[in-house]
Design a protein around this ligand. Sequence first.
Ligand code: NAD
Length: 282
Amino acid sequence: MPIETVAVIGAGTMGNGIVHVFAQHGYAVTMIDVRDDLLESARATIAKNMDRQINKGALTQEQKAEALGRVTTSSELRAAESADLVIEAASENRDLKFQLFRELDAVVPESAVLATNTSSISITEIAARTSRPEQVIGMHFMNPVPVMQLVEVIRGLATSDETARVVLAVAEGLGKTVAEAQDYPGFVSNRILMPMINEAVFCLMEGVAERDAIDTVMKLGMNHPLGPLALADLIGLDTCLAIMQVLHDGLGDDKYRPCPLLRKYVAAGKLGRKSGEGFYTY
Ligand code: NAD
């Protein structure tokens, strides 16, 4: 089935990046979130990030205008009704995603593929909320989406070969490289990354080192482009906590317990870049 029209649910950190990349590659995109002000600020973020590409010579003013012209916005889920492919990038919350997939299943065409950008929640469980589990798949983009090369593709228990083929082709058409993973908590990316970030927060909490020293050790010592605390701020501390909880619940091993200091930052509303303050101030 040709994919021409895409709907993205959630216009936050990931959603606006996913919309950016699809619009830049010629797709008509409907960006959906719960409030108009969130949609306006997502559109402004996309425009600002496209300006960066223009400054680097990777995009022209004309291409930017064309891409933005392909993006429509709505605060109603039914605006996804003509989508060939839906990518859900709403907050990392099981019940929210289950409800969204139930509703999407009733709204979109029978032939549409339903993908989720979840970082850790079971694709099989999400798919079970729909009447088309064979057309549900994990399409896990990395942050920042316009910059990062990888898309981790995760099949649920029922995902068909055809659905996987369509999604792989779409990801490659966006210039991305795909790695496939099985449906276990956190897949590959967050099974490995998030415990490292969580351990960095334990180091901070226990006074093993100051924030800057922790990030410097991992940057200069391990050649990571960002230290784990700066990366946590980029990801969003609420998202990091939600992923740790999925790993802890799903794998049942205490080594995945979320650090109390991470919980405390989230409780205080210090969510990282998106709230203006996390381990660093923005
Ligand atoms: P975010 O908090 O920045 O944005 C989430 C957005 O979802 C918000 O704008 C919120 O208003 C919207 N939303 C909530 N309920 C909604 C609903 N019912 N309908 C439509 N929109 C709704 O979160 P994010 O970082 O963009 O994460 C989104 C998804 O992507 C999560 O599943 C997360 O695990 C995953 N992810 C995040 C990262 C990252 O680095 N932040 C990387 C890869 C994947």
